[in-house]
Design a binder for this molecule. Structure first.
Ligand SMILES: [Zn+2]
Length: 298
């Protein structure tokens, strides 16, 4: 199953995410999904685009709109958009729990990823009611009596939060469908599972979109394996046959530029202690403004 998921990602075929966060392959689920009507699209831009947008459905404040750029939405509108979805999000992710916060709402949800997996992915999601700061989420593997952070590949610098999509790729936007958001995290966890088993990140990937080319080059050198699709976003070329030769020529200059761009470097990809302690059941839910970097710095 995991092998097939990796192959689908490498071929840019859309994944579907069914209830409980179970990843399914497009072709194999069509019949049962139509019957039960409970499958959803997972990661990949085409999948996200083809999915019905929540803003075009009842219960949200604004009319149809394109994925980018998202308009500013007021705090009350965002709150209403999220609170109005909780029933259907609970149907999709039955373990869902929510926690109020001065700055938004916390979601805690578990995802099964693939049938028979003896652990589950747990996602803790900070969902601000403030437009343009975006959600911040952390993933953990939870098995009997143990809990371990999912990372560091494709997590954010400074806080180890999930990087499952780029803010400007249209996969999700403020006020959007929370099932889609959790589905994106589920697909991200499936990719991590594939990485763990097959030692290779499956499918298309980006690193530090929009950053200085030297910084991107150094990031790819440190992160991409030769047989993964290149971190420049290539859909066909493995890293060794794409940017790696030119990245190597920029390595020394890239390293110093990288450290200026990312103080502390790769080691900063660690979840905040208060997030870990909460997920492990050792403390109360953290204050969002203490762990969500965009809120904390405003
Ligand atoms: Zn490349």
């Amino acid at each position: 199953m995991l092998q097939q998921i990796g192959a689908a990602l490498d071929e840019h075929r859309p994944l579907r995410v069914r209830n409980h966060g179970l990843i399914a392959l497009e072709a194999s689920v069509t019949a049962s999904a139509k019957e039960f009507g409970n499958e959803r699209q997972g990661k990949t831009r085409s999948a996200a685009r083809s999915r019905e947008r929540p803003t075009r459905r009842k219960g949200t404040a604004s009319g149809p709109r394109s994925a980018s750029p998202p308009p500013r939405v007021s705090r009350d509108v965002l709150r209403a958009a999220y609170e109005g979805q909780l029933k259907c999000v609970t149907e999709a992710y039955p373990s869902l729990r929510t926690f109020p916060d001065d700055d938004g709402m916390w979601l805690l949800a578990r995802s099964s990823i693939i049938p028979g997996l003896e652990r589950e992915a747990t996602f803790l999601v900070a969902l601000p009611y403030r437009s343009e700061v975006g959600p911040r989420a952390w993933g953990f593997w939870a098995a009997a009596g143990s809990c371990s952070w999912i990372g560091p590949r494709h997590t954010n610098f400074r806080d180890g939060s999930i990087c499952a999509f780029s803010p400007n790729d249209g996969a999700w936007f403020d006020g959007g469908d929370l099932r889609t958001l959790l589905d994106l995290y589920s697909a991200w966890a499936a990719r991590h599972l594939y990485l763990e088993v097959f030692d290779r990140w499956p499918g298309k990937q980006y690193g530090l979109t929009g950053a200085d080319p030297l910084v991107q080059a150094y990031y790819r050198l440190r992160e991409c394996k030769d047989n993964e699709l290149c971190g420049c976003g290539s859909e066909s070329r493995p890293y060794a046959e794409c940017c790696k030769p030119s990245d190597r020529r920029m390595e020394i200059e890239g390293a110093s530029r990288f450290l200026r761009h990312v103080p502390g470097g790769f080691s900063t990809r660690q979840p905040p202690l208060s997030v870990v302690e909460f997920v492990e059941g050792r403390s109360e839910i953290p204050r969002m403004k203490c762990v969500h970097l965009q809120i904390a710095t405003r």
